[in-house]
Design a protein around this ligand. Structure first.
Ligand SMILES: CC(=O)SCCNC(=O)CCNC(=O)[C@H](O)C(C)(C)COP(=O)(O)OP(=O)(O)OC[C@H]1O[C@@H](n2cnc3c(N)ncnc32)[C@H](O)[C@@H]1OP(=O)(O)O
Length: 429
């Protein structure tokens, strides 16, 4: 048996796409989307296998630029694929820095658990480093897979519900600006503008992947019904947008649910006005929001903050530091901190291991090798989890992921790295 890991040629794109479960109509995400969306029906419906025309259209896009696919061949047959997208992620500053976004990953069922993904991941890390990318990120299909490659959960998402009857705002004064229900064509033009404003400020936000907005559609999807769009304008300029559905259900318990798939607002007025209408939409009983930040201002705007019931919480973006010194130099920090850290061996990115002197401050950071004794030992996975400023270093130390050699060093590292508000990415890729 011969194994070959290499980038694919243009003529191989269709074979590459065909190993991806969703292209075959198989689930590619958590097996139970209903756990996030609620309701007893499979929601949304599993996708149908891609048609030939769709495969050709995908293939064109794959070689449209910024997409770096690797594949695993066994005895000449393509049995696994994974790809990196050239993206930008907002890091504390806020500053946009390049990140290789790992996506479209699968190995056919007959060839799993023999190291093919590890081989593709190594090839993608090496290529990303050669392109000058210090970070890689991904959304994980399962929580047990990606830690071994050095990825740490870095942003979180929650699913919450609010009963309409309990959703009154503490301050009933209406927000400024204008709301309009629009079709997908208007949403496709408006959403990029809002997202650009939001991601300039919000740490963890990502540049949109190619074709992201083309997927906004008016078409109905099974019991989920059509997507609906609501925009907010201030002085005629769009500064907020939401997409929501009113899914059909056969049970009385689940009828009248309004599902807010995404909502982005670039001003407090837009945020308040969009939620104001969605929480008080006639003929509904409940709002479900499946992919929201853990620090949702809306809770603090409600007369009864406990009306917002968090029903699920999970990781969202996983981050992998490929080049520690470059990554540390790419963001800004709270206060001035000097610290010596030890990073244990990192076989997939060996340049990260060793003892480093960190000098971190509001104008940036430096990370240089030192012979001094380390004050903390921290693995590359834990550094990935802390890098955007989410999570607490003390928490990871309590879990045994950071070892402290000088009292107070973990607290100092945590203070320097932490960022408020919590990092969040509105869309997965
Ligand atoms: C970023 C994204 O695109 S998310 C989408 C990921 N794709 C999917 O979930 C589709 C279904 N799954 C698959 O196709 C495959 O299981 C993959 C792509 C996740 C992994 O491919 P494989 O070639 O089997 O992985 P590989 O053999 O390199 O695994 C490396 C290690 O991960 C482990 N592993 C692989 N998949 C899983 C899993 N689902 N759960 C737990 N451990 C796993 C292997 O046991 C192995 O462990 P080891 O390092 O201790 O030996």
């Amino acid at each position: 048996m011969t194994i070959e890991i290499r980038p694919i040629e243009r003529a191989e794109v269709r074979s590459y796409l065909q190993v991806l479960p969703y292209v075959n109509g198989l689930p590619h995400w958590e097996p139970a989307p209903a756990a996030w969306h609620g309701g007893p029906e499979a929601w949304p419906q599993p996708p149908a296998p891609a048609t030939d025309a769709q495969l050709d259209a995908f293939a064109e896009r794959v070689f449209g630029g910024g997409f770096f696919p690797q594949a695993a061949f066994v005895d000449g047959r393509l049995v696994g694929g994974s790809a990196m997208l050239a993206m930008d992620i907002t890091v504390p500053g806020p500053l946009a820095v390049p990140m290789g976004g790992v996506t479209a990953t699968a190995v056919v069922a007959t060839h799993r658990r023999r190291g093919l993904l590890r081989g593709m991941m190594q090839a993608m890390f090496d290529a990303a480093l050669a392109r000058g990318e210090a970070l890689a990120g991904l959304s994980a299909s399962e929580g047990g897979i990606y830690g071994r490659y050095g990825f740490g959960p870095a942003t979180r998402r929650t699913r919450w519900e609010i009963e309409r009857a309990e959703a009154a705002f503490a301050d009933p004064a209406p927000a400024g600006g204008d709301l309009e229900l629009v079709g997908a064509a208007v949403a496709r033009a408006a959403w990029p503008q809002v997202h650009a404003l939001v991601r300039r400020e919000r740490v963890g936000e990502l540049s949109p992947q190619p074709g992201r907005w083309d997927r906004l559609s008016d078409e109905s999807s099974g019991t989920a019904g059509p997507m609906r769009y609501l925009v907010h304008r201030t002085g005629g300029a769009v500064d907020g947008i939401a997409q929501f559905r009113l899914p059909w259900s056969s049970t009385v318990e689940h009828t009248g649910t309004l599902v807010v798939e995404a909502l982005e607002a670039a001003s407090p007025d837009a945020y308040r006005a969009l939620w104001g209408l969605l929480l008080d939409f006639d003929l509904t009983r409940r709002v479900v929001a499946p992919a929201r930040p853990v620090d949702e201002p809306l809770r603090w705007m409600l007369r009864s903050p406990r009306a917002m019931r968090v029903t699920r919480q999970s990781d969202s973006l996983w981050l992998r530091i490929l080049d520690l010194a470059a990554a540390i130099g790419s963001r800004q920090y709270t206060g001035e901190t000097g610290l010596t850290i030890e990073v244990p061996p990192d076989p997939m990115c060996p340049g990260n291991a060793g003892v480093w002197r960190l000098d971190l401050g509001p104008s940036g950071g430096s990370c240089v090798r030192t012979g001094a004794a380390p004050e903390v030992t921290i693995g590359i996975q834990a550094l990935g989890s802390l890098f955007l400023g989410g999570h607490s270093a003390a928490l990871l130390a309590a879990a045994g992921l950071i070892r402290e050699h000088r009292a107070g060093a973990v607290a100092a590292l945590g203070r320097a790295l932490r960022h408020d508000p919590e990092p969040f990415n509105a869309f997965v890729f």
